[in-house]
Design a protein around this ligand. Structure first.
Ligand code: Z15
Length: 787
């Protein structure tokens, strides 16, 4: 085939010019790079064309401190519809595609849900032909790599650029200067193409790298000045050195603030410069740009845009404010108090004095506006952007934008009726919901080709790839035995593939006939990995007491990174690894239950885990998980949820039916109505619970004298200076969870009945495509049109 010859010729050329070898002599990593480069030669001309078609039209921009893209090769080949051809070409060269795929490092420039959502959104927008571009930071180090040593999490740097990164293009001539009180920094853009499925639209992810403004003339310096010059270079480069590894907690460090202002200022300067070159005025800026703020991390965009419009461009304050409010929109991703960003005035004044003065002015204007709207003077403090020595970024984001949205209906309701109710009363028209979604191209088509082919075969069409509600048509096969049989065979195959991978990378054997019960997400107390751990330990003791206990064999799988500074989260990892050691080494238990905590959970690992799951664990404390998106990935691969009424779980069950899922636990209203909760008393009354909770302190397990287990025990039974005992209701929900797990066990015995539940989940997952989410953002917030 001609295409193949062209591709091979390009690969040979890159092999010669970049590695000085022939393709045959390259190692897998080099082969991966030359293949990607050869593909880029084809992608780039189409990318340029795609940009032209949006010229003069309103476009949208997603400002995000995180883009958790994962690997690009397979995703790009699928969206270009050239995967098969490339697999064949490599096979002809005697090369296994999977090994080339595996040579690519994940682009792990994000922590968890918020960063992965940004990546899914880019894929969906390009596929739907919407002009949506990402702006962020090109961290030299992504989220750390995780290992377990003696059951403890150990972090290593993620030097993902080390062996070359073929998908981005450095646009040195489009660099801009970002000014801080302590000096200027150069922001250099690197552009990556975002290829829509079918390749009609290719949008741009522009990530900024920080560099020193001047390349120093080292000869000109004496020794001391040389040191200073090197320091200046290092200080500048440090801004984009490493991703902050916290998910849902505010760090409040100077360098983090520098990162935020760095990418926001660079992005806005970039947009303003291009806009002015074309229109010679900024008065129509909001008619041509919609900018979504992914959480408050880029909220400094609001005062920065005011600075550019008023101080650089000379517009009147009120005119500028109108442009700003009509350009920006804000997404809230959490209600957790510890995640809500508040920057100290001191830090802002020190680093960004001019921006701080503008925030003061915005705050003053807000007060006037509130009074004019009839708010009483004594109520004003509740709204103050600057308060108690801090700047409240969420308040700034609500006041400075035309739209504030939550990420699932329950979460949005809580925003409107509780946390942000006072703001809602002032600006009801600004509040709206955009339930999250995931891209079916990566999370089904790419990660589960076997199930994808079967779906396409049954539907007689692959329209679901760009219209996920097509899956609803699968419902008519729910009672077709032969369909369910094939479906189960595919699940089994995915479990075998996962088991082989786990054997290879973790060195652990797992039984593919057991139920794969999987919880994969960041480690956080509110996500309650500890609840599952207690359940497993209780089950273990019950099995020891009664070897005839009627259970289907289960493999409990965990994957999670803990923020390096989050002591309790690390304690939970160690605790689960201790349980795994106890359970997995007990011969009497062998063949019944097994516990595996996989190392370095990340996007590319997730792609292997979701398709192999029998049970999806979504067990957060009600009201704490804003949405969740992993829950949707399990559903799309046909795994029922064991979960609380929280985040998007509520909507999952609404679509697929409570009878096909396993809901348990306190609801938001129940928690609100709880009084005098005393876990220390209650845990004695629930059979088996005290034994597992006290295993933290009674010598059952060893935490290597770190004090981690005692601290966890205290958090549950005594509380701490900043919280009441068991504030995530692990003890309170234990019995209800155990009972739900029993229902899972019993339901699984009826294999066809179980397969039917899985099938109905799959058939009703259409709502959770990020194509639907993006279409809503585009129509209801951004007001952009398809090409
Ligand atoms: C993050 O990953 C999320 C919220 C945050 O405030 C931060 Cl800082 C990081 C997650 C939510 O916890 C999760 O429920 C949601 O699905 C996801 O954002 C995407 O909206």
């Amino acid at each position: 085939m001609k295409n193949k010859e062209v591709l091979l010729e390009r690969m040979e050329r890159y092999a010669l010019t970049t590695f000085g070898k022939r393709v045959d002599d390259l190692n897998n990593n080099e082969k991966y790079v030359v293949l990607a480069k050869a593909l880029m030669e084809e992608i780039v001309p189409q990318w340029l064309k795609s940009q032209e078609k949006f010229a003069g039209k309103k476009q949208a921009y997603y400002l995000s401190a995180e883009f958790l893209m994962g690997r690009a090769l397979t995703n790009n080949l699928i969206n270009m519809q050239r995967k098969k051809e490339v697999e064949e070409l490599l096979a002809e060269l005697g090369v296994d595609y999977n090994q080339i795929e595996d040579a690519e490092e994940d682009a792990a420039l994000g922590n968890g849900g918020l960063g992965r959502l940004a990546a899914c959104f880019l894929d969906s927008a390009a596929t739907l032909d919407y002009p949506l571009h990402g702006y962020g930071i090109r961290y030299q180090y992504g989220i750390f790599k995780q290992k377990f040593i003696d059951g403890f999490q150990v972090e290593e740097g993620d030097n993902w650029l080390e062996y070359g990164e073929p998908w981005s293009i450095r646009k040195g001539l489009e660099s801009v200067i970002v000014s801080f009180a302590d000096g200027d920094v150069k922001a250099v853009p690197y552009d990556t193409p975002v290829i829509g499925y079918g390749q009609k639209t290719i949008n741009t992810l522009r990530l900024w790298q920080a560099e020193a403004v001047k390349e120093f003339d080292f000869q000109a310096f004496n020794e001391q000045e040389y040191d200073l010059a090197v320091k200046a270079k290092n200080d500048a480069e440090n801004i984009s050195k490493v991703l902050y590894p916290n998910d849902s907690t505010d760090e409040g460090k100077l360098l983090r603030l520098k990162q935020q202002y760095f990418f926001v200022s660079a992005s806005l300067q970039d947009l303003v410069r291009k806009h002015k070159a074309k229109y010679n005025t900024l008065e129509n800026f909001h008619k041509l740009h919609a900018i979504q703020l992914n959480d408050t991390h880029p909220a400094v965009a609001i005062p920065e845009m005011m600075r550019i419009l008023t101080k650089v461009e000379g517009l009147e304050w009120s005119k500028a404010w109108e442009i700003v409010v009509n350009t920006f929109a804000y997404t809230n991703h959490t209600l957790l108090a510890e995640a809500l960003e508040q920057w100290s005035i001191k830090l802002y004044k020190k680093l960004l004095p001019e921006i701080y003065t503008i925030i003061e002015k915005i705050d003053g204007q807000l007060k006037k506006e509130l009074l004019a709207k009839g708010v009483e003077a004594k109520e004003l403090d509740k709204y103050a952007i600057i308060h108690n020595g801090n700047i409240k970024m969420a308040w700034l984001s609500i006041y400075g934008t035309k739209s504030t949205n939550g990420v699932a209906q329950l979460h949005t309701n809580l925003l409107i009726n509780q946390e942000l109710n006072h703001w809602y009363k002032i600006y009801p028209e600004r509040f709206n919901n955009k339930t999250n979604g995931i891209t079916q191209r990566r999370w089904l088509l790419q990660s589960n080709p076997e199930l994808s082919n079967f779906i396409t075969e049954l539907l007689g069409s692959d329209a679901w790839i760009t219209n996920l509600t097509e899956l609803k048509k699968l419902e008519k096969f729910a009672d077709d035995q032969s369909v369910l049989q094939r479906f189960m065979e595919i699940k089994k195959m995915k479990k075998e593939q996962l088991a082989a991978y786990i054997k290879r990378v973790e060195g652990i054997d797992i039984d593919t006939n057991s139920i794969f019960d999987i919880q994969i997400k960041r480690l956080h107390e509110y996500k309650r990995q500890l609840l599952k751990a207690f359940y497993i330990l209780d089950l273990y003791y019950r099995l020891k007491e009664n070897p005839d206990l009627d259970i289907i064999p289960r493999t409990f799988i965990f994957g999670a990174k803990a923020a390096p500074g989050y002591f309790r989260a690390k304690g939970i990892i160690k605790f689960i690894n201790e349980i795994a050691k106890l359970v997995n080494n007990d011969k009497e238990i062998s063949g019944k239950i097994k516990v595996v905590f996989v190392q370095n959970y990340r996007v590319s690992y997730a792609e292997k885990l979701f398709p192999a799951a029998d049970v999806s664990e979504q067990i957060s404390t009600a009201g704490k998980e804003a949405s969740g998106t992993g829950n949707m990935k399990f559903m799309l691969n046909g795994a029922p949820t064991i979960g609380t009424y929280d985040g998007a779980n509520v909507e999952i069950v609404e679509e697929a039916g409570e009878e096909n899922n396993f809901i348990f636990g306190l609801r938001v209203e129940d928690i609100a109505a709880l009084k005098d909760y005393n876990p220390k008393e209650e845990y004695k009354k629930i059979k088996g619970l005290q034994r597992v909770v006290d295993s933290l302190v009674d010598g059952t397990f060893d935490d290597g004298k770190t004090g981690m287990f005692k601290e966890l025990h205290d958090a549950l039974l005594i509380g701490a200076s900043w919280h009441k005992p068991d504030h995530y209701y692990v003890i309170k929900d234990f019995e209800s969870y155990r009972e739900a797990q029993q229902r899972v066990n019993d339901a699984y015995k009826d294999r066809l009945g179980w397969a039917r539940k899985c099938w109905i989940n799959l058939a009703n997952s259409g709502k959770f495509s990020s194509d639907r989410t993006i279409d809503q953002y585009a129509k209801e917030i951004w007001e952009i049109e398809k090409a």
